[in-house]
Structures are given as C-alpha cells and as structure tokens.
Design a protein. Structure first.
Lengths: 936, 197
C-alpha cells in the first residue's frame, strides 16, 4: 500500500513536472472571445476576458484554414468594461470568405490552451449562392494597393479577374472565392476603374474603385467689391480625378456651404458681410484642406470699373474726362486712378487721385491725335489691387500750327543752290500739312518774294543773279495756320578742289567729327554731308549742333556703305554760314564694283607694259589703296606685282618668252580686291630674230645634213653601189636555150625595177605604161647594159613595153616569150601573182602573162603535172632558175602571199635573182644591215 | 440578326416600310451605343448574367402580324422607360459632362420615341399587350456603381434585342397590314398628330 502511495506521488510529481515544462495548464484560457467585423473599414475587433495581459492570436480563412495572422500581442484590460480588446485590419474585405480566430494567454514561455474558434461567415457560404465582388465603390488614393475578391456563383466556373483592361493573377481563397491585389493604382477615369470577374461564358460580377487625390486647393483670398460684402476665391490646384458625384470635393466657407463652388461653376464663394477671418474647407473622401485668410475690409477693396466715361472738353493740347461709379459708397473712398492713353507712338500712363474721383483734366496731349483712353482705379489707403478697367474711350484732339522747319541751303556752284527742309513729324506738324511757303530776299531787293509749294516738296532751287547773298525763309502750313518761318542765308560756295580735304575714317560705320570751336558760331554749327561728286538733285543731309558742341557723330544709319561722302562743318551766325572744315570718307568701304578701265598690254621685246585707268569714283566704293597684277594660269592666278601706290597705273612685266599670256589687274580697297580686268597677249619675235630663226637656222641645218649624207655616201660608196646598183648576173641558159629562139639581148636591171614598182595597182591602171615608140626600143636594145645601170627611165620604158605585151597575152608571139619571161622574173608583182595560186598561176601561165623559159614549147593547155615535171628537170641544172621552180621548191612560198604589195615584196628581188645559182635567198633587209654594219 | 439587310421593299410599302426602316436604323444605333459603352468602360463583350430585362409573351407563329407588332410595341415602350431611367441615374451618379456617348444616348432615346409613335399607327384597335420588367432600377437592385453599369449594359442589350425583333417583324409584314392605320384608335391618332406637329 505504501508502495502504491509512493508511486502515485511520483507519478503526480512527474505529471506536474511535465506540465510545468510545457507551460500548459498554468494559465487560464481566455474566455468569451467575440468577433466584431467592421466591413467597410475591413477591420475585425476581438474582445475577450482574461487575467493575462499577453496573448497569442491566430486568424484563419476558415474554409481552407489558411493562417492569415499569427501574432503575440500585449493587451491590457479595459478598466471600464473589464474586457480585452484588439482590432485587426484585414487586407482582404471580410466578406470575401469566412474568418475564424482563437486566442490563448501567454506568460513568457507559459501559454494557456487555445480558446474555441470563433468565426464570422463570409459571403461565399452556400446560403449566398450569387456572384459577388468586394469591396464595392471604394475611394482610394493614387498609388495605393488594394485587394479585390470575386465570389463565383454556385455551379459557375471561374475564368479571370480584370482590373480595367488588365488581366490579373488571381489567388483562390475558398471554394468560390478568388482574389487579386492591384498595386500602385493609377488615377481613375470619369466613372472609376472597373474590376470585373468573368466566367467562361458570362460577366459574373464586378466592382468599381475610384482612385484619385485629396483636394489640392490653395491660395484663399477674400476681397470686397462694394465695400460691404465679401468674395473669396482660390486656386483649384491639382485635379482630384474623382468625378463621381459623391466623391467630388465639397467646399464650406466659414462653415457655410459654398454653393457656387459645389456646383462646379466657379472657384469662389461670396458672403453678404465682411468678416475679419475666413476659413475655406475643401473635403473629399481622400482628404480635407483648410485654407485661411484674414484682412480688414479697407485693405481688400477691389473697385468695379468706371462707367459712362466721356470727354467733356477737348482742345489741341488737353482734354477733360468724366465718368461715374455704379456703387454709391465709392464717392467717399479716397482712390487713385490710372489712365492709359493709346495713340500711334504716343502711349502714356497717367495717375490721378482724390476722393470718389470722377473727373480729370488730361494735359500734355498732342494736337490732331487720336487717343484711346482706358481708366481703372483703386483704393488709395491700403491699396489692394487695381479695379476693373473701363471700356475704351476715344478722344481726338484739335489741330494747332506746325512747328518751325529745319532749313538748310546747299550750293552746288557759285551761283546755284537749293534750299532744303526736313519733313515735320506727326508731333511737329500738329495737323496734316497743306503746303509750304518759301520767301527769299536779297540785299538788292526790298521785301520778300513768297512762293507756295505743295506738301510733298522739301527743297527749292536758288539762283544768285549777281553773286550777292540771299536769305530764304520757309514755313509750313496746316489748317490751323502757318508755322514760324525758318531762315537761312546762302553760304559761300567752295569747290572741293579749292580745299585740302582730309580723309575721314569711319568707326563702326559712323563718322566721329570734331573741329576747332569758332567764335563766329553764334547760332551753333551745321554738319552737312552729301555724296561726293553729286550733282543735280542730291541727297543733302545736315544736322545742326549747338554752339557749345564742337564734335558730332554721324551715325551709320544716315550713311550708305560704299558711298564716298563729303562732310562739311559750317559755323552758323546771323549771316551766311561759314565753312570751317571739310572731309571725305566712306562709312564702310567695299570692294570696287567695277574693274580698272582701259587695260592695255604693250609688248616691248620680251617685256610687256600693262597700263590701265582707275574705275569711276562711284564704282570705287572705297579709297583705292593700290593694284595687284596677276599672271593667269590655267587654274590659278599667280601674283606677279602689288602696286601700293594707287597713282601708279602701269606695270612692266619683264623677260617673257614667246608664248601667250593672260594678265589680270585688280584694284583693291581696304575691303579687298575687285573682280579684276583681264588682258591677253601673244608674244611675237622681232624682225631680226624672225629672220635668224626662221631662215638661217633651217638653212644651216640642211647644209649640215647634206654634208653628213655626202660623207656617209662617200665612205660607203661600195656598199651603196651594191645595194642600189648591184651587178646583174647573166642568164645561164641550159642546153636547149643555146640556140637562140629570138632576140634575148634584153637584160634589165633587177634593182632598177625595184625602184619602179611601188604600187601593184599602178602598173595595171596606168595607161602610160604601154609600149614606147620603135626607135626608142631599138636604142635600148643597143645599149642595154648602160641603161640598166644608169638610166632608169629607159628601163621603165622597156618594162612598160614588156608589161604591155603581157597584158595583151593573146597577142604575144613565141619569139617574144623568152624575153617576156626574163622581164617578168624581175617584176615581183607580176611574178608572185602567177606563182602563189596554182590555179591562177596556171591561168596566168596559160594566158601568157608569165611564162618560164621551157613553157615556149609547151602549150598553154598542158596539165600541171607536166608543168611541174619540167621544173624538176630544170632544177637539176645550175644557173638561172625561173621563179616558178623556186616558188615550188621554197617552203616559204605561201608566206609570200602576205608580202604582196609590201616593201618586203619590193626588195624580194634580192633573192629572187641571186648572183649565182648556189646563192641562197637573203632576207629582205640585208642591205640595211650591211649598211649599218659597214659591209660593202 | 442575320437577314436584317436593306431590301428596298419598304419604299413601296408605305408607312410599314418606313417604320421598318426606322426600326432597322435604330437597331444599328443601339448596337453602336452598346459597343461605345463597352469600349468606354473597358467591359468584356461577353453577355451580362441575368438575361433580358424586358419579357413579353412568346411570339408564336399562331399570332398574327398585328399582334406581334403590338407585343413588340409594348416591349419597346418598356425599353424607352428603362432608357430614360438609365440616363437620369447615370447623370446623377457620374459626371454629367458632355461626350459622344452621352450624345448617342439621347439620339437613341429620341429615335426610339419616334419608332414607338410610328408602330403605334400599325396597332390593331382593341388589342392590348403588356411587357414586364424583371428587375427595376431601385436602390437594392443596382446598389453599387458596377451594378449600375451592368444594368446599363443590360438595358442596351434589351434595346438591341427588341429593336432587332421589331425590325425583323416589320420587314416580314405583308401589304395588307397597311390597312391597319384605318382602324387606328382615336387616342393613337391624336398621339400621331402630336408627333407630326
């Protein structure tokens, strides 16, 4: 028994020890856990009773028992209710699915057991079978994240959830619930952003989320227009993006609804009475803005526009303006008004002040000017801003007499000149001018002689009859009257040539003039400038300078670039102006517009003298500083001289050879060179040179050549003889030829025939190559050796005779056949024509043109084989070999066909008729080689 | 919808032809309006769950043409009422700024009024049919902006459907229906006269 008790004690201790180690059982389980969901806020409040202050919390999505919260929190007991309370904000709308929670107490490592699960049902329970989406119509700020869930209706499949046009990745939370999370949401459109849940075939359900901004209004300002009520306005600021009526910004001013702004008409609120401080509250579902303003009424006066503005009295130089106010309280308000006068080049702004100002006198107006007046006012004390502008009002001032004219007289000769005056500006004419009146008087005549001129005239010519000075008075007239006359006396004429003028250099296009003060300049000075050399109607300009000044800057806008001006300074007094100084200059120098004139070259031996003349002054466009001379080559100009003295207008180009040359002469100013004038010259020899070069030199050369040829021929005389007059071997006749068959005393020189035959055609076409008269033939036969060596015409005659016989082949007799053959053998042209083509040679032979010696006994109609056999027989004999046999034996026979008519064929006589039968044919150019090598 | 093309017959069939042409034009505009709304709201083209809002007795073949027209006239009348409710509700809920979509709404509403007046002249005196609306635009039915949008889509779907039905029926009318205006009720005639004014 005692043992059992001990065992029981040990067991109980063991259990307590184990319980104590696990921490279970020591702490009481929290009681009465209740869940209170706030669905719009997506919060779940948990309340329970417990003596502990540290708790473990777990919240699940009930259906799938997914833990969405597992947290240990310290919650004290509410002293009033004695309950513990803790709130959880769910990222997911609580309607999406059922949520369950349980809780246990914790004390360091000791925990109680979990309380029973408490569940709030979602909208996906079977009892709610329809489709649904949460949250609905939520308004959230731009950039926020948000989770939407779609509960699919029973027996319907789920396909997708779209956020706007974007397909989202859905997460399944329960059997029927799917969720998406939209992150960093952009601002919505007019009707919000649609989140749509679709099945395969239907649009099941959806929600709209409105993403926007809290109000951005700023800058509340309150002011009064009638010195009693208030108008408060502000800037709208950033668009909230919330168009849905219940999401729009609502405004209250000092607690009162701002109807004007709430109806989205204007961004201002009105209040019937002025209050010291103003508070505007702008509120929308995403936020609230408080705008404050406070001011005294007198510091916020914004006057209305003056009405009924009229001009009650308009004069030439002034006008009186009146107006009225629509608010009676303005009459006692100290105010300041501003008038804006608009006219052509006469705009001005004027300020006036006074209590309840309603009339002002506008001074310093200009006559005959159309003014437009605009008026607005403000409170003088505590000026806030200018009030509204009145409607524009038009005033036209009356005319007045013109101002005096600016008159000058310019003399272009000793007794002629012109009076000039400058046109009056609008400010000085005081009304449209109707004309000018010019009067002149001289010492000889009493009184003035007036002349009326139309308004377009600005000059009048003056002629001095007897050289005495005259005085001219000019006045302008408009409908209001005549101006004060301006007088001027003729200055003494001084030609430019009479003065030593200095060159005037410009500074940035302007002339800076200075002169010595003159004691006589009681009325100041006049600076006159006119284009140099101008005559007739010249653009004379002038400027009058006070006597206190002795310098003047003539601006570039009154000068023309590239025009030379004569600038004169006159001292003005009661009498005639006195010339003090005169200059000439260019406001801006330019390159000459034309090249030098009359550029002429003049050859002198091997030199060329170039001379020219400067271009006219109006074309110089600058002071000519010199000339440059160029030699024009094909591609460029080669500078050969630079003449820096503009007075030098010629240049000598020396040492030119016989050729053609182009010279370019350019004048240059400080701005550069002109385009240049070009002149060309072909250098020719002098007469003596021509005689020497043209006649004597060729003669000398010819003489030298003749001497050289003579020496050469003398030294090579043997060879020359052999080459041009070789010995003609006597024919070596075979046995059958021993008995003379006819006269065979003709032995023409083969080399003579070489000279004769130059063209094969020549022989056949020339009619002159017919037999010569009988007596000449006889004399030739007698002296054949002499003729062959020395008398070529004789041979020609003989040859022509023979050829003539050949050409009349049918008439050839047997006795003349051998003679023909002999001659033909030396006539290369004819011989080749008979040999090269067997057919033709047969025909030629048969026709009697070429007949070898044996042919006289063989009829023309003999077969060719017999003909060849005869030649073979002939080849056995040493001595003369007719061309036919040679041609047949020679392996090069065919090649000679190409030599017909060529020089080679001509010289072929060398080997066609060798000196001896053993001699082989030599190359056609052998004589030339011999000549060069010196062989004889 | 197939077969609702221009056949040119209405030109020779007088009033019924003109009414058929008007119904066809309105049907096209309703399709455009539905498309416009879906595009502006980025809504899918799949139909909205719930079927047609307006229900009528089935158009069985045993019904005469005049009876069919009377039934369709009743459906179109309900469509017009729903359309006006939609315009009012949308202006109240969302921005009342002018847009092409809003202008189209008003064009369809006006033309539907003309079609009702025109078909009324084709009705047979004494025959009266009623159409029913399954869901009304009250607080619970369309709570939430999305449901309002879906309800707008459904109204437009109904408009497309019933104007199409009317167009088809009017096109298939034989010539003798032209006589119907002779039996037009005094009330209807007054209404027609009002429209002419």
């Amino acid at each position: 028994m005692q043992g059992w008790v001990t065992l029981a004690l040990l067991l109980s201790l063991g259990v307590e020890c184990s319980l104590g180690q696990n921490g279970v059982g020591e702490l009481p389980v929290p009681r009465g856990l209740t869940l209170n969901p706030d669905l719009p806020a997506q919060t779940l409040s948990l309340t329970w009773q417990s003596d502990s202050s540290l708790f473990d919390l777990e919240i699940f999505h009930t259906e799938l028992m997914n833990v969405v919260l597992n947290e240990t929190v310290a919650v004290k007991t509410d002293p009033v209710t004695g309950l513990h309370s803790w709130t959880w904000h769910s990222p997911l709308p609580l309607e999406c699915t059922s949520h369950s929670a349980h809780i246990r107490a914790r004390n360091q490592q000791s925990v109680s057991q979990w309380s029973p699960l408490q569940t709030i049902p979602g909208s996906d329970i079977p009892e709610k079978s329809e489709s649904n989406m949460f949250p609905q119509d939520k308004v959230v700020p731009v950039g926020s994240n948000m989770t939407f869930c779609c509960i699919v209706k029973e027996k319907e499949d789920f396909k997708e959830i779209m956020y706007g046009r974007q397909e989202m990745t859905a997460t399944r939370l329960s059997r029927r619930t799917y969720a998406i999370t939209a992150t960093n949401q952009p601002v919505s459109g007019n009707t919000g952003t649609n989140v749509i849940c679709c099945s395969q075939r239907l649009t099941l359900t959806g929600a709209v989320v409105f993403v926007g901004y809290p109000p951005g209004d700023e800058g509340l300002v309150c002011e009064t227009r009638d010195l009693a009520s208030a108008e408060c306005s502000w800037k709208k600021g950033r668009d909230t993006g919330l168009r849905m009526r219940r999401s729009r910004t609502k405004y209250t001013l000092n607690g009162r609804d701002c109807l004007e702004a709430n109806e989205r008409k204007r961004w201002w609120c009105s209040s019937k009475a002025w209050e010291q401080s103003w508070t505007l509250v702008a509120r929308n579902p995403l936020g609230t803005v408080h705008l404050m303003d406070s001011a005294q009424l007198t510091d916020r006066v914004h006057l209305l526009a003056p009405v009924n503005v009229t001009a009650v009295e308009v004069k030439a130089w002034s006008a009186t303006l009146q107006w009225s106010w629509s608010v009676a309280a303005y009459k006692k308000l100290e105010m300041v008004c501003q008038l804006q006068l608009f006219a052509h080049e006469l705009n001005s702004t004027r300020n006036y002040s006074g209590p309840g100002l309603s009339s002002v006198v506008l001074e310093s107006l200009w006559p005959d000017v159309d003014y437009t007046v605009t008026l607005y006012c403000g409170s003088k004390h505590g000026f806030w801003k200018w009030g509204d502008k009145s409607a524009p009002y038009r005033i036209h001032t009356k005319m007045d007499r013109p101002d005096a004219l600016d008159v000058w007289m310019w003399m272009d000769s000793s007794n002629t000149g012109c009076v000039f005056w400058k046109p009056l500006s609008v400010r000085k004419s005081h009304g449209a001018l109707v004309g000018y009146e010019v009067s002149q008087s001289s010492a000889e005549e009493d009184g003035w002689t007036p002349v009326s001129l139309p308004p377009g005239n600005f000059s009048y010519p003056i002629i001095l009859n007897n050289g005495s000075d005259i005085t001219v008075a000019v006045a302008a007239r408009n409908p209001a009257g005549l101006s004060q006359p301006s007088t001027v006396t003729t200055p003494a004429y001084r030609a430019d040539s009479q003065l030593s003028m200095s060159e005037l250099l410009s500074t940035n296009g302007s002339f800076v003039l200075s002169w010595q003060p003159n004691a006589n300049a009681s009325s100041g000075y006049a600076v006159e400038w006119v284009p140099t050399g101008c005559s007739g109607l010249c653009p004379v300009d002038w400027k009058k300078v006070p006597e206190s000044d002795s310098s003047f800057t003539l601006n570039s806008d009154s000068l023309v670039a590239g025009v030379r001006y004569t600038v004169s300074v006159y001292a003005l007094s009661t009498g005639a102006p006195t010339l003090l100084q005169r200059w000439q200059g260019y406001s801006q120098e330019m390159t000459p517009s034309q090249s030098v004139r009359e550029l002429l070259p003049n050859q002198s031996g091997s030199d060329v003298l170039l001379s020219w003349k400067a271009t006219a002054m109006e074309n110089q466009r600058g002071f000519i500083r010199g000339y440059t001379i160029y030699l024009a080559n094909a591609a460029h100009l080669e500078l050969i001289a630079n003449i820096s003295d503009p007075e030098v207008q010629s240049y000598r180009v020396k040492g030119l050879s016989l050729s053609s040359y182009k010279f370019v002469v350019k004048a240059y100013t400080s701005a550069g060179e002109d385009a240049g004038a070009t002149v060309a010259i072909k250098m020719e020899m002098d007469t003596a040179d021509m005689l020497f070069v043209g006649i004597l030199v060729p003669l000398g050369i010819m003489f030298c050549c003749l001497i050289l040829i003579s020496i050469c021929c003398y030294k090579k005389r043997e060879w020359v003889k052999k080459a041009f007059y070789p010995e003609i071997p006597g024919p070596k006749v075979p046995g059958d030829w021993s008995s003379p068959q006819g006269p065979l005393d003709v032995k023409p020189s083969p080399h003579s025939l070489v000279h004769i035959v130059e063209s094969p055609e020549w022989d056949f076409t020339k009619e002159g190559l017919f037999p010569v008269p009988e007596e000449e033939e006889e004399s030739e036969n007698d002296n054949i050796e002499v003729d062959a060596d020395s008398d070529e015409p004789a041979l020609l005659r003989y040859y022509n005779q023979v050829v003539g016989d050949g050409s009349h082949g049918n008439q050839v007799s047997d006795s003349s056949g051998s003679s023909n053959t002999s001659v033909d053998s030396t006539q290369t042209e004819i011989t080749y024509a008979g040999i090269q083509s067997p057919t033709s040679s047969q025909g030629a032979c048969g026709g009697g043109g070429y007949r070898p010696q044996m042919q006289s006994v063989i009829g023309p109609a003999e077969p060719q084989i017999e003909f060849e056999a005869d030649f073979q027989d002939d080849g056995l004999h040493a001595g003369y070999k007719p061309q036919c046999s040679w041609q047949l034996d020679s392996p090069e026979a065919e090649n000679f066909s190409g030599s017909l008519g060529s020089p080679t064929s001509v010289t072929s006589s060398q080997f066609l008729i060798p000196e001896s039968s053993e001699e082989k044919p030599q190359p056609s150019n052998t004589w030339f080689h011999n000549f060069l090598s010196g062989k004889s | 919808m197939a077969g609702r093309g221009t056949n040119g017959r209405h030109g020779s069939r007088g009033h019924a032809g003109r009414t058929a042409a008007l119904a066809r034009l309105l049907h096209k505009e309703c399709i455009q309006l539905l498309e416009l709304y879906r595009n502006s709201e980025s809504l899918p083209s799949s139909p909205v769950d719930g079927g047609y809002l307006v229900s009528i007795p089935p158009l069985v073949p045993q019904l005469s043409d005049a009876e069919k027209i009377s039934i369709l006239h009743a459906a179109l009348k309900e469509c017009l009422r729903l359309l006006e409710d939609v315009i009012t509700q949308e202006d109240a809920e969302f921005s009342d700024e002018d847009s092409e979509y809003k202008r189209k709404w008003k064009t369809v509403r006006d033309r539907l009024g003309h079609l009702l007046a025109s078909t009324e002249q084709l009705l047979v005196e004494g025959q009266k049919f009623e159409a029913k609306v399954k869901e009304e635009l009250d607080g619970q039915a369309v709570s939430g902006s999305f449901r309002l949008k879906m309800w707008i889509v459904r109204v437009l779907q109904d408009l497309v459907h019933w104007t199409g039905q009317t167009s088809d029926t009017l096109r298939s009318l034989p010539a003798e229906v032209e006589k119907a205006p002779k039996t037009m009720s005094r009330r209807t005639r007054r209404g027609a006269e009002k429209i002419r004014k």
